[in-house]
Design a protein around this ligand. Structure first.
Ligand code: C5P
Length: 229
């Protein structure tokens, strides 16, 4: 059994050297990696280029959020890096700028609707008159209207995203936990098969794989759980 291109492993490790070592250990069991702010803040972009050179797919989790002109210029630079996915916050101005910048490149833009760390009370504190569920639904609709390629959604929002956006839209779900594994800090986790059945196109599964004694075997276990769904 080899990699399932719908499985994305986040390299949430303290250094590029450790991330590189993890990629080596995972070998052909994983073909898609997410690079987050911690590595991007050092030499994560050079590492992304190296991963692309090895034939891997790369998700740049930059979560861009700025005035439209700055998002557009930044996304244009990132589109030239030849990576596959880029996150931006789901504000219409930001999403439109990123879509314009990616143009006809291979880069797909993913909108982060509402950070899953935010509660209804946090939204009130921030001045929103919506519950998290209402704001997620509203932002998925706006993402579709802005021409964004997909959204990041918890497994519990995946069905909603699929229902609003229809087939072909990317629905990338973190909070995926194989049967019997520790939930860590993921409050609303789902198994790989359940997340796919709910409408996810891609799964982000990190610590159950990267913190395992045998990461390659753990990745293949997730791939096996995804098979046939
Ligand atoms: O280790 P674990 O599988 O929990 O990693 C999940 C990854 O997905 C982390 O990189 C985390 O930052 C990211 N993420 C998340 N929840 C979101 C958005 C992103 O867990 N709503």
């Amino acid at each position: 059994m080899t990699a399932d291109p719908r499985l994305i492993v986040p390299l949430d490790l303290p250094s590029v050297a450790e991330a590189r070592a993890m990629v080596e250990r995972l070998g052909d069991s994983v073909s898609f990696y997410k690079i987050g702010l911690e590595l991007l803040a050092t030499d994560g972009m050079a590492f992304a280029a190296a991963l692309k050179g090895q034939g891997k797919q790369v998700f740049l989790d930059w979560k861009l959020h700025d005035i439209g002109a700055t998002v557009e210029r930044s996304a244009r630079v990132l589109a030239q890096a030849g990576c596959d996915l880029l996150t931006v916050h789901a504000e219409p101005q930001v999403m439109r700028a990123a879509v314009l910048a990616r143009g006809g490149s291979d880069l797909k833009i993913l909108a982060v609707t509402v950070l899953t760390s935010l509660t209804d009370a946090d939204l009130v504190e921030m001045g929103y008159a919506f519950t998290t569920h209402e704001l997620v639904a509203r932002r998925i609709r706006q993402a579709v209207d802005c021409g964004v390629d997909g959204v990041v959604a918890s497994p519990h929002e995946a069905a909603l995203a699929r229902e609003i956006a229809g087939p072909g839209f990317l629905v990338v779900t973190p909070g995926v936990r194989p049967d019997g594994s520790a939930k860590n800090d993921q409050a609303r986790a789902a198994t790989p098969a359940d997340a796919l059945r709910a409408g996810a196109s891609h799964l982000v599964c990190g610590r159950p794989i990267t913190a395992a004694e045998d990461p390659r075997a753990a990745a293949l276990k997730v791939v096996a759980e995804m098979a046939g769904v």
